[in-house]
Design a protein around this ligand. Structure first.
Ligand code: CA
Length: 753
């Protein structure tokens, strides 16, 4: 043992020297030397992981199983979206710490034109950064200088733009053994050469292109497979994940998260028993949802792939599965065997979900001391407001405590593992104010598990919304958002979208039990073991009621030196003390941020980098700094971030509209129905521009924008397959009507703004 240990150390050092000295791109002789050395090691029967590492050595994008398993011995690397296979968004680096963080300043930036928002966290391997922009565009940069090495554009089929719930974002890439994998918005999975960006293979992951599928999520590596899901459960998608061979792209297996129509049989045995949790007359034609659009994780030691599934399609369960039932596997955490795609265990966070309470949020692996035992756990803060800890080997529920204001359930029964629903959550008979609203108490924005403080830092949203059932006149329309629910927002100042739901009772009557109507954002430091917040910062900032949408809390990264990094919609990167939440530093980046930051080491210097860029989507910084995205890197030094024409947001009274409110009653009401089905998901939520504020020239171009796709480059799809010229005219008539209503309401209320 002693000899092999010495040999191991020696070879490990030698390998490091080789890498440093001969950073030869794909040099054949170096590979042969590595192979021979590896063969000798294998012959000696010694550490197979090292042997694997050597035989698979790549000069670029060299992420291997060994490096992932030993990620803490390479604190300067950021090997996956969340840095390690546990997806902690935590770095062991301490070069930047509480005593010097005030000197953290600008190092470099790389400009990326973007359409909507950045949600990806860059990966840095051996000094090279890999990350994605909108639609699955990929960028490889020198992480020391920000100089572009290569970029890749999937050149998507633009028809997908007309059927997106949540714009054309992409949450990142995965790097593995010399390859970079990305899912494109139009549903293809690409394997790229990490050295050049050349396409090695491309597969179509979509089972039915007549349905509204898209990809916004990150692919994950499980053993020698790359696994990808998709989005579209606001429309008519049937959820599934597919595993492909990392080298060839050949499909290994596919796991459907919901059954198809039982009359057609079942693709795999789990669906047979899952189908018993559905009404036999469920809306099989609508796909039923359960899409895997964000969180997954792979534990190489247990050889289990964890998958988070999304909401039902349609949201309203009384339409989806009228006789009720849990509707497996909606809103669940699944543990799959990556060798064959079979289910090992599952836990459903929201049985019979009817609130868009996805459990697709990021999954974090940790070893926690619970009841005097160290438990291997998986943690998630899904939209429904409960923070879950499960034994990740068995799926046993260990804890489920509310991390946000909740009124749809009183608690989770630890005996049954089920939430106990309340009257307040049941909107089937009358509109109800529900907490959390469908935006979730937490969505895709990464939370961070800090191994030093043993706390989880969660970007929390406290945004109540009013849900009204739409069962009377529900009809399934292809290419439309088919929720079966109307969602209406408000602030302490009143309804946000006056016309979002017809015949709503007064806001007062719906909010009698709620002391605080103001939507708020928090950064919460959560102790997972005792199940409560240790500290909580209100990061709401200024919400301008005239904007008619909500801002969201940005992703979080933490370090071993006790720092918590979070970007803000107001363009500031803030750094807090992990122990108590006190503010240590804030940097004016000048560009709105939602993505989580990351950190890495080059030449002994620690860098922090973040993808900054939120346009019309979720932020008002578009109005402050222009629609310009960039990756910004920081290191210790005094540099200020170069700004792009910063201007202050001014609150101006709405002027009397110049446009006429001259649509007929029929046109306006027809336009309103179409607006709800095709436009509201983006344009009433802040994900796309508030159409009551569009300029005269834009109004004139309206038919071409809607029917010819002339704004496709900015994220607005071509709706000509779904809408007629008359439809577009009526939608505009409704928008004009709404513009006048807003103006009149402002006057009636004595100037909202
Ligand atoms: Ca959803």
């Amino acid at each position: 043992m002693l000899e092999t240990f010495a040999l191991r150390e020696y070879l490990s050092e030698m390998l490091k020297l080789c890498r440093a000295k001969y950073d030869v791109k794909g040099s054949r002789s170096i590979r042969i030397v590595h192979f021979v050395v590896a063969a000798i090691i294998c012959f000696l029967g010694w550490n197979h992981l090292v042997a694997e590492d050597l035989t698979n050595f790549q000069s670029s994008g060299n992420v291997t199983l060994k490096r992932l398993l030993e990620a803490d011995t390479e604190p300067g690397e950021w090997l996956t979206g969340g840095r390690d296979y546990q997806q902690t968004y935590y770095s062991p680096l301490t070069n930047i710490n509480k005593t010097n963080v005030k000197q953290l300043g600008y190092s470099w930036s790389y400009n990326i034109e973007f359409t909507t928002a950045f949600e990806a966290t860059p990966i840095v391997v051996d000094g090279v950064m890999y990350t994605s922009g909108n639609r699955g565009k990929v960028y490889s940069l020198d992480a020391k200088t920000g100089k572009l090495i290569w970029k890749f554009d999937p050149d998507i089929d633009l028809t997908v733009l007309s059927q997106l719930c949540c714009t054309d974002v992409n949450r990142g890439v995965v790097v593995w053994r010399g390859n970079v994998y990305v899912g494109s918005l139009d549903g293809y999975l690409y394997a790229l050469d990490a050295s050049t960006g050349a396409v090695l293979w491309k597969v179509d992951t979509i089972i039915d292109r007549a349905r509204a599928y898209s990809i916004t999520g990150v692919p994950y590596i499980a053993k020698n497979q790359v696994v990808i899901g998709n989005s579209g459960a606001e429309f008519d998608a049937r959820g599934y994940v597919t595993a492909y061979d990392t080298e060839t792209g050949k499909q290994a297996w596919r796991f459907y998260t919901v059954p198809g129509d039982p009359k057609n049989g079942f693709e795999h045995p789990e669906l047979k028993w899952a189908s018993k949790t559905w009404d036999p007359d469920s809306r099989w034609d609508m796909g039923l949802g359960g899409t895997v659009w964000d969180g997954m994780a792979y534990d190489p030691e247990l050889n289990l792939l964890y998958v988070g599934t999304g909401n039902g399609a349609p949201w309203n369960r009384n339409i989806r599965s009228p006789a009720g039932g849990d509707n497996l596997f909606l809103s669940s955490i699944l543990a799959l065997n990556p060798d064959n795609g079979r289910l090992i265990w599952h836990y459903q966070t929201t049985p019979g979900d009817t609130w868009d309470y996805t459990a697709a949020q990021k999954l974090v692996l940790a070893d926690l001391e619970i009841g005097k035992n160290i438990r291997q756990v998986i943690m998630q803060a899904p939209k429904n407001g409960f923070f879950y800890i499960l034994d990740r080997k068995s799926g046993e529920l260990l804890s489920a405590e509310p991390y946000a204001r909740i009124n749809w359930a009183s608690h989770v029964d630890m005996k049954t593992g089920r939430p106990v629903e309340t009257e307040q959550g049941d909107y089937s008979k009358e509109p109800k104010l529900v907490l959390p609203g469908p935006l979730g108490a937490h969505s895709w924005a990464p939370m961070s598990y800090n191994k030093k403080t043993a706390l989880v830092y969660i970007p929390v949203m406290d945004i109540p919304l009013v849900l009204s059932a739409q069962e009377q006149n529900f009809s399934y329309e292809r290419g439309q958002s088919n929720l079966g629910v109307t969602v209406t927002g408000f602030t302490a100042g009143g309804w946000l979208s006056q016309n979002a739901a017809p015949n709503l009772p007064t806001l007062d009557s719906l909010t009698a039990d709620l002391s605080d109507l103001q939507p708020r954002l928090f950064l919460t430091a959560w102790d997972p073991v005792i199940g409560r917040a240790v500290w909580r910062n209100d990061i709401t900032g200024e919400i301008d009621p005239s904007l008619e949408f909500y801002r969201r809390a940005g992703g979080v990264m933490t370090t071993a030196s006790g720092l918590v990094f979070q970007g803000g919609a107001d363009g500031f990167l803030r750094i807090y003390d992990a122990n108590n939440g006190s503010s240590l530093h804030s940097i004016n980046v000048g560009t709105s941020m939602l993505a989580a930051a990351m950190t890495y080491l080059i030449g002994g210097e620690q860098y922090v980098a973040i993808m900054a860029g939120v346009g019309d989507y979720d932020g008002y910084v578009d109005q402050l700094y222009g629609k310009k995205g960039r990756i910004v890197a920081f290191k210790l030094g005094e540099g200020e971030v170069p700004q792009r024409k910063p201007t202050q947001l001014t609150k101006t009274k709405i002027k009397a509209p110049t446009v006429k409110d001259d649509g007929t009653t029929e046109q306006i009401s027809h336009g309103e129905a179409l607006f709800r089905g095709h436009c509201a998901a983006c344009h009433s939520t802040g994900r796309a521009p508030d159409l009551t504020r569009i300029s005269e020239p834009t109004r004139a171009e309206f038919p071409d924008i809607v029917l010819k796709g002339i704004r496709a480059s900015r994220g607005m799809g071509n709706f000509s397959a779904l809408l007629s010229v008359e439809d577009a005219r009526d939608i505009l008539a409704y928008i004009n009507h709404l513009t006048w209503l807003k103006f009149q309401r402002q006057d009636a209320e004595g100037a909202v703004q």
